[in-house]
Write a protein that binds this ligand. Sequence first.
Ligand SMILES: NC(=O)c1ccc[n+]([C@@H]2O[C@H](COP(=O)([O-])OP(=O)(O)OC[C@H]3O[C@@H](n4cnc5c(N)ncnc54)[C@H](OP(=O)(O)O)[C@@H]3O)[C@@H](O)[C@H]2O)c1
Length: 364
Amino acid sequence: MRLGLFCVRGCLSVLGRPAEPGTRGGGHIRAWFRATAGAAIVRDMFAAYAARTDADDPLSALELGELPEPQARPGWSVVTVRAATLNHHDLWSLRGVGLPAERLPMILGCDAAGVDEHGNEVVIHSVIGQSGHGVGPDEPRSLLTERYQGTFAQRVAVPTWNLLPKPAGLSFEQAACLPTAWLTAYRMLFTKAGVKPGDTVLVQGAGGGVATALVVLAKAAGLRVWVTGRNEAKRARAVELGADAAFESGARLPERVDAVMETVGAATWSHSVKALKPGGTIVISGATSGYHPPATELNRIFFLELNVLGSTMGTKDELAGLLSLCANTGVRPVIDSVLPLTEAREAFARLAKGDVFGKIVLTP
Ligand SMILES: NC(=O)c1ccc[n+]([C@@H]2O[C@H](COP(=O)([O-])OP(=O)(O)OC[C@H]3O[C@@H](n4cnc5c(N)ncnc54)[C@H](OP(=O)(O)O)[C@@H]3O)[C@@H](O)[C@H]2O)c1
């Protein structure tokens, strides 16, 4: 970390790249630095960020280097990040999905656990309301990295309302897994799906961050859990996690299920619809393999009166419920690996290849 007189030229020379009006736009970068810094003197910090976006080669848009630290402002807290985790959302951001050019450079990272200015160990709820002070019902919301800088850095600023106490029994690495993938899984299962203990739920995609969370949470809630996965090793690990059975992607199931948890999208959509009992429910929160399934199965959806429910992230109350569930039951997030933030590029490459089981944690 470097303490110095902040100036645009100085900082860009640290980044090793001059401002490029017309490409990255020197004007808007200056505006961003002014808005971020406010005062003349700020510290720089190491960060992993989207310097540009590239729909075809997202890793080429990732930069690692120094950016200004966030500054305190009324109603917000600056959190020293102890652990953050990688989500597929970060790859979408590098592709430019939900991240227009005028918001670059954007520090990536949707979730984190760390220490606030008063020394409290906290978990960040990363859904930010319109005003930046909590999320009211039906209020437009954004995730960290969409409008506000993310957590792949030594410090991050968030509305103080968005902080929750980290349970003492969870490490920073474990707690950092919860606010995005695990919160999404919690809402899909416990708010949206309408399942009860004893029901059967199918989780598509054995190894994903959301998928592994779904397996663990569904098992903890007394559901029968079936998963699909593209390779034998991931299917076996899903069974070790608690899945009652694991099937190849697209395989015929022994019987139809009460609910399907869908994050894979186009590659598994048709199977998800066919796997449901009449009146069953698909909860969808992602479409990693694409938005356009070859068959939409509309006839099955109306004739069998299936429910298709969208789900995104979760509320602060749901995150509190998830933290409490972990603290009180011994449920712990599934961690693939813990890497220093300086190795973020390797972590992104593994996520892009699908070479992950659970969450990759990055520590600044
Ligand atoms: N709406 C929300 O709030 C929200 C929150 C979190 C995530 N998401 C979205 O949910 C999706 C999953 O996120 P994640 O962080 O869990 O990602 P991830 O860890 O990269 O997991 C990707 C999953 O997709 C599966 N997969 C990928 N391509 C596939 C294909 N062609 N055929 C079959 N399976 C395939 C993988 O299954 P295998 O195990 O078989 O490799 C894996 O389970 C992403 O699209 C993400 O943007 C949305």
